[in-house]
Design a protein. Sequence first.
Length: 847
Amino acid sequence: MSRYAASDVEAKWQSAWEAADIFRARRDETRPKYYVLEMFPYPSGRIHMGHVRNYTMGDVVARYKIATGHNVLHPMGWDAFGMPAENAAMASGGHPKDWTYANIADMRAQMKPLGLSIDWSREFATCDPEYYGQQQALFLDFLEHGLVYRKNAVVNWDPVDMTVLANEQVIDGKGWRSGADVERRELTQWFFRISDYAEDLLEALDTLDNWPAKVRLMQENWIGKSRGLQFAFGLIDGPEGHDRVEVYTTRPDTLMGASFVGISPDHPLAKTLERERDDVAAFCAEARKGGTTAEAIEKAEKLGFDTGLRVRHPFDTAWELPVYIANFILMEYGTGAIFGCPGHDQRDHDFARKYDLPIVDTFLPIEGDHDIGGAPYVPLKSEAVRYTRLVAGEEIQTGEAGVNAAIDFCEANGVGQGVTKFRLRDWGLSRQRYWGCPIPVVHCDTCGVVPERKENLPIRLPDDVSFDAPGNPLDRHPTWRDCACPRCGAPARRETDTMDTFVDSSWYYARFTAPHAATPTDMAEAEYWMNVDQYIGGIEHAILHLLYSRFFARAMQVCGHLPGKAIEPFDALFTQGMVTHEIYLTRDAAGRPVYHLPEEVSEGRLADGTEVEIIPSAKMSKSKKNVVDPSTIIAQYGADTARWFVLSDSPPERDVEWTASGAEAAHRHLARVWRIAAEIAASDAPATPDDDALLREMHKCIDEVTKGIDSFGFNAAIARLYAFTNTLAKSQAGKGAKTSAARTLAQLMSPMTPHLAEDIWAMLGGEGLVTTAPWPVADAEMLIDDTVILPIQINGKRRGEITVPADMPKSEVEKLALAHNAVVKALEGAQPKKIIVVPGRIVNVVV
RNA sequence: GCCCGCGUGGUGGAAUGGUAGACACAGGAGACUUAAAAUCUCCAGGCCUUUGGCCGUGCCGGUUCGAGUCCGGCCGCGGGCACCA
């Protein structure tokens, strides 16, 4: 008998699927539709195991849905704009466009051998003018509907290269190429009004029942709805135009603990002072050093500058507080000003100790009380309710009730208003870069900012650009900027900013429903195919990409590009873990790590015998060389082995470690299944006898694998398939029962290992393709066993077991349990205190 | 710093609040073979006084007849933090 030859088998069945054209999605009102989508890849050049895992999971779902009679849409495309293409152009002199399309061709060629059930006729790249032209049309519609506007915003500025830097390009506060200290600088930029949808985006999270709870929680925290008090401190002898400092606080219950007021270096008062005073200007310049990320700002050393100005406390006008400019206060949140309460906030506490400000405890003492000299006192969740002193004679509870009481008290006394604020800021989409979708507006000296006419779209990126100087090539292009004003016809200049690549990925799922429509979407197609029934991708997109997509679905609906039902574009979301691998390294003379590829290492040693250090289980990354190329694995074992392995060893939401032995074992198992099936097919044994145990196992396997796939329990489903294979291999049944069991095995494996499944299905005389064969259904009667083993516990510890009929009444089970040796011994003639019988599960005797 | 998650044998992991360790990897013993490969069979959490007993799911405490699972606190590791995609 021949052996399982993966490469022949896989090529054969991929051709068969292509010939039958079974993955092309067409509208068909007679069948339920199912849209499964994996987050589309960035065309970096090579696919990696993370891609294999992501697309395999989507493929399992897609193939399972095909088998259960659904009309499946399973498309693929490329998130093709972005910085790496420009970096490659700068490093090697090529063009971002050539680099990107070459990468797409390479990656498509690597992806096809995986045997994915993709409708390739719908493929597009976001850098295709056909796609980004429609995106420009969307932008113009958003502009018309008031969903886009311009305002100033802070960017990372490299003062040597005179260019804007991405956060990624700021290393330890310095520009990645120039090494200069990065500054925060304001530019006029385009913004989407996502914050107008904050309340809706928050409330609709409750409707996303099939999203992971943690993703919903992360989005909830990101949107950050809070109720607080907005009020003003009266400013004493402030500069002209400044008589108060508006503050927003979520902790008005601690107002009596105030010991300073802090304002952002970008606060209007700070800017006024900066113009008037050199010492303030010097401090603000210092405070603006470093990157713009929240992490950089909050981790930076807390610096404050005493302006010398004083404000009056709203409850006691004789009480004066100093005004500090502080580098950790963000102008984007609240009012850009805070009051500091060092007694009950760690950051304020640190600040107060550094600048020698008073630390006031506002919580009334209860027994064994706190001392806030060493650390701020923040009550624990589990502690008794605390009371705080708001003003003399007013005591209020802490926590939410206290905040509301404090707001009520303040409003009643004319000190500010209770307001609701969101942490969510508007989405800045301007990028000062070439390789992105041009923003389709024109700057005219007479008319100002004018939208392009839709008939002029797409506004194409020019091909003749150079990357030999820092900055945006569109800015220095000799002619591209020149145009006629769409309104008055006078000579005008194009906007040279391009769009954030998150814009590209915020609506591609809608475009897949009609990838070549002359408008952004085709409403009939969108009505049929939307929503995405199952979306699958990395947890790293839990906030930004998913939130932006949710906003876009709403905005597109406002502009008539999506039907009402698509307000939430992704009905179900699954976030998968990473593929990890050990890192192998040796040290150079200076002790710096030198990384080695897995194939260079054998049994912990390099070919020359040098022992390597091993760092366990880290995310695969080219720089650490702990990567395995899927193409190598496919060449060695076949795609089914790679698919089987990435699904088998870990739950899909968790990381999976790629190991050579695991891949080897997966391949051995698939070869075994093939061999077992081939033996059954070639056997001349009689059709009977049946094997009741085998058939029961088969139905249990159908049941559990079906449930496993339905709930993304792929690893558990695969474990069940291993067990069933073991049972089948040992069965003494006749050819009839074995053939039936093996065909079922082929069907159950087909979503995971479709090529192998087709091959053994055909071998065993299955009709047509297993891919399109109807999914098997478990016989409910075969799932119930006649007898069960019940563990006997004494005081919750297992002491024995009894085997009883499954339907034995509780009273009978109790009698049997009480007669059990271990129970008799434990009772020593006494009566049990209690007996708990959970039918079919357990007996617990309390003595 | 802030938000979120995870932690179970040598390893990956399984377990609607109900027999902890399914299934697999690595390991050990054996069969087959001149031999190897391949394949097949069996063993396998730790400890002890071994037909039995004790301990055991990061640590400390709680709820419960019963906790890997629920609650509180801690420790460790990972993801995100708005211009990486």
